[in-house]
Write a protein that binds this ligand. Structure first.
Ligand code: SF4
Length: 381
């Protein structure tokens, strides 16, 4: 088994959906066949024509040419809930794979979830899989008698959601992480938090858990790179996973803002590393960031530490405020960016032809266990 972690190439880790993807599942509408303009024109038509059958969900990090077709925009959980509430037959999920899986777990039986490009994964979600987690769990079982509660960030494969469902654990989002972690500590003495070490560390620290009571389990190392003593002393075992987009923001970026634009509020997502969230003025989930900026008085200046498509959209939506990326580089989620109008058009054409493609189906056993964990989260938050 290849234990290498990958940040930019999500095919490196063993993940079920990528392995199953066949090129003929990914019909391409080439530029030679159709210009960008013609793609958008045909999409306009099909979007209007199939409106009764298809709901288009657009994650905040999608590019504008996709967001223009979205019936609803939001974060992953909000969108999955919208999908379920909709009466439409097809759920076109413009986001990444784990989000479409969550929608498939929550959807009604008569609905079908479609991901326009099956290669739109999430590099962070790919940093943990069922095999790694089973291995880590068995090491922890051998090393500690304490009750360990597994908590997975919603940015994870359905099989990991099923794992926590089967092991008295729970799922969290960046909006409800604090509440969920509090619940988990009421059930046990230690947490195994995966796959995002930063969300786990930032949230636990905010709740008063010192950094020296957190250790990092690295699945590429023997026994995660830990000793039984370290696990014994720790309250939180964090998985060595991270978002390559949010990890792109650094303390240096904040220092530069402080030096050159001291009037600016630095607002960041909790997937950023500890130094960044700790030194920012405010940190919170995507929805928190949007809300915070919306409610700020005109004239406020923000340096935002999150995905660039959202930052640029906020800048356009609130022209009375100054909004720009915390990083001088474009922190773009390249896997979200895989959802392009030509892929959307290909999936629309297939629906119209009566043979939908790029369907996301979570197997029934996984779905049952994952649903336990999702419903547990919804009941707590
Ligand atoms: S922004 Fe980060 S966590 Fe979100 S989908 Fe992209 S890689 Fe995954």
């Amino acid at each position: 088994m290849d234990l290498k972690l990958s940040v930019n190439n999500s095919k490196t880790t063993s993940i079920n959906f990528h392995d199953n993807v066949k090129d003929d599942y990914l019909p391409s509408i080439s530029e030679a066949e159709l210009s960008d303009e013609k793609v958008l024109n045909e999409l306009d038509q099909l979007h209007a024509e199939l409106r009764d059958q298809v709901i288009v969900l657009g994650h905040h990090y999608q590019q504008d040419d996709i967001i223009r077709y979205a019936d609803v925009t939001g974060d992953s959980l909000a969108l999955a809930r919208e999908a379920k509430a909709s009466t439409r037959r097809y759920i076109m999920f413009c986001g990444v794979h784990f989000m479409a899986e969550t929608a498939d777990i929550l959807k009604r039986l008569d609905q079908t979830v479609i991901l326009p490009d099956l290669h739109a994964g999430c590099s962070m979600a790919d940093m943990a899989n069922r095999q790694y987690i089973d291995q880590a769990w068995s090491t922890l079982e051998q090393w500690t008698k304490a009750r360990v509660i597994p908590v997975t960030y919603i940015n994870s494969d359905a099989k990991l959601k099923a794992f926590v469902g089967d092991h008295h654990g729970v799922i969290c989002t960046s909006s409800n992480a604090e509440k969920i972690i509090r619940w988990a500590f009421a059930q046990g003495e230690k947490l195994l938090f995966f796959p995002d070490q930063h969300l786990g560390r930032n949230t636990c620290y905010k709740m008063g858990i010192p950094l020296d009571q957190m250790v990092v389990y690295n699945p590429t190392m023997w026994n995660g790179g830990l000793t039984p003593e370290q696990v014994h002393k720790a309250k939180v075992i964090l998985w060595y996973g991270y978002c390559s987009v949010h990890q792109g923001f650094t303390l240096e970026h904040i220092k530069r803002i402080r030096a050159h634009r001291p009037e600016t509020t630095v607002i960041v997502h909790p997937e950023c590393c500890f130094d960044v969230t700790h030194n920012a003025d405010v940190a919170g989930s995507t929805n928190f960031i949007i809300d915070y900026i919306r409610k700020a008085p005109a004239g406020t200046s923000f340096a935002v530490g999150t995905e660039i498509n959202l930052v640029n959209r906020l800048a356009r939506e609130f022209p009375d405020k100054t909004i720009f990326s915390l990083s001088p580089y474009q922190c773009l989620c390249t896997t979200m960016y895989r959802i392009r109008p030509r892929w959307l058009l290909a999936t629309y054409r297939a629906i119209k032809a009566g043979s939908p493609i790029n369907i996301i189906r979570v197997d029934e056993d996984t779905k049952r266990s994952a649903l336990v964990a999702l419903e547990r989260m919804l009941a707590i938050s």
